[in-house]
Design a protein around this ligand. Structure first.
Ligand code: KG4
Ligand code: ZN
Length: 325
């Protein structure tokens, strides 16, 4: 990652070691298996990222690393590797919150409009964040139960689709070309929080009560996808309007969902709002988004000592409140 400059950060290379095949066998992520694979992959991935970017260690000015939240075993591997490299190469360390990584995926070859409302929709989180400026966040709403990606994954399991469920359910839903009315959804008047457990129960009931043929399964997938996408869009638009008709930045694994992108773009336009999405491949977890967040934080004077620690649960905290630079 180079920058940030006038046009955001420049992505020099992005290497992702997916563990999907490994975990598909178990139907979900096995934490112990994940951290062991991290140990094996971290050095080759760093080496390949440097090679593909055609840069050497001497060209680097800092190392960014995720400090949480997430699976603690995997976080420990990342932080230990980053510390080792920082000591060996005498480079500063920048700790990045996972959600901050998602937010900054939108700064690759782009600048963020401020203030704005960020919708973070991933496998573990569903947050609406008011972002005043770089590093200045205020959480407006979050999920009360499942995250949208989790809802996609659980819905996929109910429909007998393979892991990872989100993309499989989305593909099945997109194959349906009829009209799919959304399933009953939770309404939380007066709040910007989300809830996805109701729609999951509605799908479970549908699957249990009806003998679904291939078309019925595709229709159910489309209805389920529509419900999740609508919940996310409605809340994001409400938050943007309430905050003063701000632009909406949608990030996280679920933000690569094609239906969500189309629906949010259309509804935002109707409401006279701007909707911004990072490139789809930067929405799901990747190192480039962490580097992008780290680069911005470092440019604003951020950096950590070698005491840097990680945590499985870590709230999103501002590092630049009041900073309008
Ligand atoms: O952000 P992410 O890569 O990891 C977390 O931080 O959780 O998000 C992963 C989640 C998974 O639940 C996955 O099923 C979901 O994003 N996902 C999708 C799509 N691609 C990934 N959900 C719906 N449609 C997609 N195309
Ligand atoms: Zn993520």
């Amino acid at each position: 990652m180079r920058g940030p400059g006038e046009a955001g950060v420049e992505l020099l290379s992005s290497v992702v070691a997916s563990q999907d095949d490994l975990h598909a066998h178990f139907g979900g992520i096995v934490p112990e298996v994940a951290s062991r694979r991290h140990i094996e992959m971290i050095v080759p991935v760093v080496r390949e990222a440097l090679q593909r970017a055609d840069v050497g260690w001497a060209d680097l000015s800092a190392i960014a690393v995720t400090v949480g939240p997430g699976l603690i075993g995997s976080l420990v591997v990342g932080v230990a590797a980053a510390k080792g490299l920082a000591i060996a190469r005498d480079l500063p360390l920048v700790g990045v919150h996972h959600l901050e990584g998602h937010i900054y995926s939108a700064t690759v070859e782009a600048t963020l409009p401020f203030p704005s409302v960020v919708l973070i929709a991933s496998g573990g989180h569903s947050h609406l964040v008011f972002m005043r400026h770089h590093g200045d966040y205020e959480v407006l709403g979050r999920t009360l139960d499942d995250a949208p990606g989790e809802a996609f994954d659980k819905g996929a399991r109910l429909l007998g689709l393979p892991y990872p469920g989100g993309p499989a359910l989305a593909e099945l839903a997109d194959s349906y070309d009829g009209r799919a009315d959304p399933l009953p959804r939770a309404r939380l008047p007066g709040s910007l929080d989300f809830s996805f457990s109701g729609v999951k129960t509605a799908l479970a009931r549908l699957v249990k009560e009806q003998e679904l043929d291939a078309e019925g399964r595709a229709r159910a997938a489309a209805a389920y996808q529509e419900s999740i996408a609508l919940s996310l869009c409605e809340r994001a638009i409400e938050a943007a309007e309430e905050s003063g008709y701000l632009p909406i930045i949608a990030v996280g694994g679920v933000a690569c969902n094609r239906r969500l992108r189309a629906l949010l773009s259309a509804k935002a336009e109707e409401a006279g709002l701007r909707a911004i999405f990072p490139e789809a491949k930067l929405c799901t977890d990747n190192g480039a988004m962490v580097a992008a967040a780290g680069a911005h934080k470092f440019a604003h004077g951020g950096g950590e000592s070698l005491d840097l620690d990680c945590a499985a649960n870590l709230p999103l905290k501002s590092w630049a409140r009041g900073n309008r630079a």
